[in-house]
Write a protein that binds this ligand. Structure first.
Ligand SMILES: [Zn+2]
Length: 127
């Protein structure tokens, strides 16, 4: 189920019990992190020009009603969206007990699928 709240886009993950929240600006990212992490927010706040995109898991807590995989895409491109969703997918799998490689393997996969998608998607119609 896809729904919107303010400028955020929230996709429930009913098969896992979590949700993905998509934001498209630095200020939306910082507002979401501050709201969902409360006093623990400082190390996940970002500054303008620091990233094209970002992803972080925010566990269920007093300030976060449901485990949230927060995805930020700041350059408005499909390739960055796919890159960050790749990180989110690794994070979702790891969180729910599906074995995954963290760190460099995760980053390599994200860049690889981003490159393939960016160069091959042009051959498909956009709906
Ligand atoms: Zn990455």
């Amino acid at each position: 189920m896809l729904n919107t709240s303010d400028d955020r886009i929230v996709l429930d993950l009913p098969m896992f019990g979590g949700r993905v929240m998509l934001v498209r600006t630095y200020s939306e990212w910082n507002a979401a992190v501050t709201e969902l992490k409360g006093d623990d927010a400082s190390h996940n706040l970002i500054e303008e020009d620091s990233h094209l995109g970002c992803e972080v898991r925010i566990a269920k807590s007093d300030t976060c009603p449901i485990t949230t995989f927060l995805v930020g895409v700041y350059d408005g491109t499909r390739r960055t969206l796919l890159h960050e969703l790749s990180h989110a997918t690794f994070d979702i799998c790891g969180y729910y007990g599906i074995p995954t490689d963290a760190g460099d393997a995760n980053e390599f996969y994200a860049y690889c699928i981003e490159h393939l998608f960016h160069n091959l998607f042009r051959y498909f119609k956009v709906f």
